[in-house]
Design a protein around this ligand. Structure first.
Ligand code: NAD
Length: 261
């Protein structure tokens, strides 16, 4: 048995890997030896020197375009055995149902859910041909416990967990594992920064996020994107060979229920 997390000779695709959680995943996977393709419509948030010794290539790709997504996945699989896909690209949608337009619905569901479905569709045949692989869908604590302030986002992240479990069942025989991670509030990301800035009182809002998550409150800090990347690394590694269809909460206990006063 091989319990190594050595990813040498493995190709990985990370969607939305230009910043935040996706960027942390791309760096960590590449540090373990993977050849990583980042599929993002924005350029890498780079401190280029950090990437100097790592095999990370950026491909401009809007994941809402099924064709653009397939192109990156096929290109990555042509370079070597495609063993890892991280469906991470995502956008927030803080709107109540009265204010949600069809365009809002499409933007959120197409980015957060449809792209992950088609990412799986395009990656699985390559992984099957490579003798197996691992996919991680980046959901949210909102996927585990829907929130009142962003119903469309919560729906998209809940659907992602359903997709994860359904495809995990379908593709175990191909040795393709599909898991989800469900982060709580993560700092150093554009998404969180936009939420914090939108309130006009960044520090008060950051504290509100921290206080809403029992462990974040205990440590008095938001989650670091690398703490999400570490779980992703475990899930795509051979150490998780028997793990599929899980939705791992990395939310400091936020989705467990009402904490003690
Ligand atoms: P982020 O905004 O820093 O990263 C999102 C990345 O996705 C960006 O690089 C962006 O350019 C890319 N992206 C968005 N739409 C795209 C598209 N159509 N095509 C290609 N790329 C696209 O934010 P993040 O927090 O790192 O978000 C990563 C994932 O984590 C998202 O799915 C988000 O829903 C999820 N998440 C974040 C938090 C948090 O608190 N930050 C919590 C739970 C879940």
């Amino acid at each position: 048995m091989n319990f190594s997390i050595d990813l040498k000779n493995r190709v990985a695709v990370v969607t939305g890997g230009a910043s935040g959680i996706g960027r942390a995943c791309a760096v960590l996977l590449a540090e373990q030896g993977a050849k990583v393709f980042v599929a993002d419509y924005d350029p890498l948030d780079a401190n280029e020197s950090q990437f100097a010794d790592l095999s990370i290539e950026h491909r401009r790709c809007d994941v809402r375009s099924v064709d653009e997504l397939q192109q990156v996945i096929d290109e990555a699989a042509a370079v070597g055995p495609l063993k890892v896909l991280v469906n991470n690209a995502g956008i927030g949608m803080v709107k109540q149902i009265d204010d949600v337009s069809e365009a809002d619905w499409d933007a959120c569901l197409d980015t957060n859910f449809k792209a992950a479905f088609f990412g799986c569709k395009f990656a699985i045949p390559h992984m099957r041909a490579a003798g197996g692989g691992a996919i991680v869908n980046v959901s949210s604590n909102a996927g585990l416990l829907p929130r009142a302030h962003d119903p469309v986002y919560s729906i998209s992240k809940g659907a992602l967990i359903s997709l994860t479990k359904s495809l995990a069942l379908c593709h175990a025989a191909d040795r393709v594992r599909i898991n989800a991670v469900c982060p709580g509030p993560v700092g150093q990301t554009r998404m969180m920064e936009a939420d914090l800035q939108a309130t006009g009182d960044r520090e008060a809002m950051a504290q509100k996020f921290i206080d809403a998550s029992p462990l974040a409150k205990a440590y008095n800090r938001l989650t670091d994107p690398r703490e999400i990347a570490m779980s992703v690394l475990y899930l795509v590694s051979d150490a998780a060979t028997m793990v599929t269809g899980t939705a791992v909460g990395i939310d400091g206990g936020k989705s467990l229920g009402v904490p003690p006063k």
